[in-house]
Design a protein around this ligand. Sequence first.
Ligand SMILES: *[C@@H]1O[C@H](CO)[C@@H](O)[C@H](O)[C@H]1NC(C)=O
Ligand SMILES: *[C@@H]1O[C@H](CO)[C@@H](O)[C@H](O)[C@H]1NC(C)=O
Ligand SMILES: *[C@@H]1O[C@H](CO)[C@@H](O)[C@H](O)[C@H]1NC(C)=O
Ligand SMILES: *[C@@H]1O[C@H](CO)[C@@H](O)[C@H](O)[C@H]1NC(C)=O
Ligand SMILES: *[C@@H]1O[C@H](CO)[C@@H](O)[C@H](O)[C@H]1NC(C)=O
Ligand SMILES: *[C@@H]1O[C@H](CO)[C@@H](O)[C@H](O)[C@H]1NC(C)=O
Ligand SMILES: *[C@@H]1O[C@H](CO)[C@@H](O)[C@H](O)[C@H]1NC(C)=O
Ligand SMILES: *[C@@H]1O[C@H](CO)[C@@H](O)[C@H](O)[C@H]1NC(C)=O
Ligand SMILES: *[C@@H]1O[C@H](CO)[C@@H](O)[C@H](O)[C@H]1NC(C)=O
Length: 423
Amino acid sequence: MHHFVLLSFAASCVAAWSTFTVPHVDGQDDTPALTDVLAMGNYSTNATILFAKGTKYNIFTPIKFPTLTNVEVRIEGNISYPDDIASVQGIVGSSGFPGSWFTFTGGTNVTLRGSTDENWGWVDGHGQAWWDAVEQTNRPHGWAFSKITNGVIRDMKLWKPVAWNFATSGSSNIHTYNNRIVAVSDTDSFPFNTDGFSAGGTNLLFENNHIQNGDDCLTVGSGAKDIIFRNSYCEGGHGLSIGSLGKGGDVADVQNVLIENVVMKDSLYGARFKSWTGGNGLARNITWKNITFTNVMFPIYVTQNYWDQGIGAKPNSSSTNNTHIQDFLFENFAGTINDKPGYVEGSCVSDPCWYYVEGATGKEVVIFDLYPNTATNIVAKHMVATTETHSPVRAMCNSTTISSDVGFKCWDGLFIPTAKGLL
Ligand SMILES: *[C@@H]1O[C@H](CO)[C@@H](O)[C@H](O)[C@H]1NC(C)=O
Ligand SMILES: *[C@@H]1O[C@H](CO)[C@@H](O)[C@H](O)[C@H]1NC(C)=O
Ligand SMILES: *[C@@H]1O[C@H](CO)[C@@H](O)[C@H](O)[C@H]1NC(C)=O
Ligand SMILES: *[C@@H]1O[C@H](CO)[C@@H](O)[C@H](O)[C@H]1NC(C)=O
Ligand SMILES: *[C@@H]1O[C@H](CO)[C@@H](O)[C@H](O)[C@H]1NC(C)=O
Ligand SMILES: *[C@@H]1O[C@H](CO)[C@@H](O)[C@H](O)[C@H]1NC(C)=O
Ligand SMILES: *[C@@H]1O[C@H](CO)[C@@H](O)[C@H](O)[C@H]1NC(C)=O
Ligand SMILES: *[C@@H]1O[C@H](CO)[C@@H](O)[C@H](O)[C@H]1NC(C)=O
Ligand SMILES: *[C@@H]1O[C@H](CO)[C@@H](O)[C@H](O)[C@H]1NC(C)=O
């Protein structure tokens, strides 16, 4: 009886389902054919929107999806952005630009799915030309997966994106897995601002993603809650980051983040937290666990005193407020610190660099730059690190800013675990 009910339900689903195979015309923009049918109200419910394998699509203008219900967007063909910078800039700079080249505006049960075929399903942003020209005006974001309830992003493959990649702002119950981002420059130029995943929203699970880029691998923004990022690989970028929070006095709220089983290679940072001087709000219950790092300059870097060094000197904050930190744990970190003499990371374009830390030697496995009396229960334990020059590993921590045991001797000196750090 039960079996019969299931079968008839499945049959009614099949009957209601429709598939739109996006047509392609050589040399032309393939976006209008899709956006026209969406504008007629078709294929926004119970549908598959298919970019077919074997086709090389031209997405020369942005795609903005309407609210979708039970829709799968499948990218089995290759997709190309315009390859000339000026036409993209013209669109990004125009008033109608939706914010990203691909914008989801809301809905329920939405899947964005790429392909596991190595030769197909790539989205080519032609970023190399932008990086080579150090062109940073009117750059498009990639994929805004916004305001979706119950969503999946899987098997997507991004090739040389211009800049920022996936963002999930305002979404909930999202599973993001098996995605690849290849923002790797073939020249000496740097792939600026090619952030991997920007986690906004609640109940988000990211796993088995492979990211090679030139900015945050993961960035968790204010409002994010119940986030897991695990079993992934990050290369070349700026770390597993929370923030920046509290800019211009903003009230930040980040809760329940677990980042675990991640390999960090050739990165500027491993785990990173930053909140602006003079901010408000709270970041609590954030764990980075089982992080392996190779050739990383700052394996753990926490600052509650962030400011934009590119803009000027550190402000003389008279604010007694700051974004508070509570229950931060860094556990099982192992790897090598990049302390090569004279090494300068590719995103550094000023002197001092935007990432310069006064008093740091480059041999610190952990830096806690805390604001007095606003951090509680922040601990780093089970740290196993070596420097590439084989000099002793150090720490930075100011004991007048925190009274509890942080898992190592809180000073600017050698890294010496306390009992709590070995527990
Ligand atoms: C979509 O499919 C569901 C489940 O099969 C069905 O209940 C609903 O009526 C369909 N909606 C439309 C607009 O066809
Ligand atoms: C779109 O929907 C309209 C009305 O429901 C229908 O007449 C038309 O054939 C559909 N177009 C496509 C391309 O599916
Ligand atoms: C959600 O969408 C998928 C296709 O992406 C579909 O197979 C499934 O039936 C939908 N689930 C519900 C509950 O409608
Ligand atoms: C699809 O795009 C990727 C990335 O640009 C490229 O390496 C691959 O060769 C393309 N596939 C085909 C069949 O052209
Ligand atoms: C400091 O925090 C208090 C209490 O939350 C708030 O009322 C006040 O507006 C904050 N001040 C600034 C400058 O943000
Ligand atoms: C802390 O966050 C983790 C990961 O999201 C969650 O599983 C756990 O329940 C949270 N603990 C508390 C006390 O909120
Ligand atoms: C630690 O992470 C690695 C992947 O980086 C994984 O292979 C290993 O199983 C993890 N260890 C534990 C104890 O979870
Ligand atoms: C901060 O104060 C110091 C000493 O009073 C002063 O030299 C410096 O210029 C001030 N910085 C700013 C950004 O106002
Ligand atoms: C330590 O922190 C206190 C309080 O913020 C500050 O006054 C002092 O200058 C700091 N010391 C160092 C060495 O940074």
